[in-house]
Design a protein around this ligand. Structure first.
Ligand code: URA
Length: 339
């Protein structure tokens, strides 16, 4: 099977039939699969727990304190650990994954994300293309591609989540063509010298028809500014840098001034921002840097297309790109400058 769908646990109907997603959640799931063009019979559907949590259907019924936890597994939610006696279900899930060897796994809800990615907080990671957590990959024999999304039961409670899950299922369908986790390739220059800025201006900025620009701020200061002339290349110019003398990235005021002059020059080019009203105003008000050629705004464009959806950069990335969630990047990646 190319696509595997992993839910949380059985409800009443599922327990009766001994099959996953045959009750209300299954009905909602079927409707979404139909829209995306995924044939349910061509997927493999299972749960983290092939049992109904008792006495109520709530997964918390399977949890206890840290002393009862399955060794090595994090809390499912704050202070609640899945009890050791249910560890066999995780083993069974992993056996199913190994046997079916899918190209992509859709993790429905926080419990499936916990089992495969060892993380909680589905909102921050949904829609991303993640790899199974390294401990999980070790048990499975390879890294599997996982697309986490909201659980169909959450869609039943909050219908506005439905187009988001449909988007995520569509991404999973596209990703099911191959088993490898392929990331967009790009080079990002960080911690540049003044010579790097000149080189970047000559090689990348001058030939570009437009630049994507984003500022980061702390209080009334800009901490760094990113410029991207293309999807493959970007540069970050830092200013505020903790650990540097006076928290200034640049060692003397002349160097800092020169760096600002690059910013000033590059901001004259046609530019694209995310919620640029904030950035452009900040640049002008705090630094006297004008941005006369802002031609597009990702947040406003998205809002025009999908006015009912979230507008944050993380959400946009989950919808429009193949990036990993920022949450995983920060935790797992050490950024190093090469060359
Ligand atoms: N919810 C799940 O997570 N799985 C099912 O099989 C049914 C409802």
């Amino acid at each position: 099977m190319k696509i595997m769908l992993v839910g949380e646990a059985w409800g009443v109907e599922e327990e009766k039939e001994g099959k996953p997603f045959v009750g209300t959640s299954g009905f909602i799931l079927n409707g979404m699969l139909r829209i995306v063009g995924i044939n349910r019979s061509e997927t493999y559907i299972t749960n983290v727990f092939n049992l109904r949590p008792r006495p109520s259907n709530d997964i918390i019924n399977l949890c206890g304190g840290k002393a009862d936890a399955i060794p090595g597994l994090p809390a499912l939610t704050k202070g609640k650990y899945v009890r050791r006696e249910f560890g066999r279900e995780i083993t069974r899930l992993f056996d199913e994954i190994k046997r079916e060897d899918p190209n992509v796994i859709v993790a429905f809800g926080a419990t499936a994300a916990w089992a495969l990615l060892r993380t909680s907080g589905i909102r921050a990671i949904r829609g991303s293309v993640a790899g199974t957590h390294s401990d999980v990959s070790a048990k499975l024999g390879r890294t599997y591609k996982v697309v986490p999304t909201y659980h169909p039961a959450a869609v039943a409670r909050e219908w506005t989540l439905r187009p988001i899950v449909i988007n995520d299922l569509d991404k999973a369908k596209r990703k099911s063509a191959s088993p490898e986790v392929k990331r967009p390739e790009r080079s990002i220059w960080i911690e540049p010298t003044l010579a790097d800025l000149q080189l970047y201006e000559d090689e990348y900025v001058k030939p570009a028809s437009s630049l994507s620009v984003d500022i980061e701020t702390k209080g009334d200061q800009i901490t760094c500014i990113g410029f991207a002339p293309s999807p493959e290349s970007a540069i970050v110019i830092p200013f505020y840098a903790e650990g540097y003398p006076g928290n200034n990235y640049w060692s003397d005021s002349q160097s800092e001034l020169t760096a600002w002059n690059y910013v000033r020059r590059w901001c004259q080019k046609p530019s694209v921002f995310q919620n640029g009203l904030y950035d452009i105003h900040f640049l002008w008000r705090r630094y006297g840097i004008s941005v006369p050629n802002a031609i597009d705004d990702t947040m406003l464009m998205h809002h025009a297309f999908q006015p009912e959806m979230e507008k944050g950069l993380g959400f946009l990335a989950s919808i429009y790109t193949d990036e990993q969630s920022w949450k995983f990047m920060r935790k797992t990646d050490t950024i190093k400058k090469e060359n």
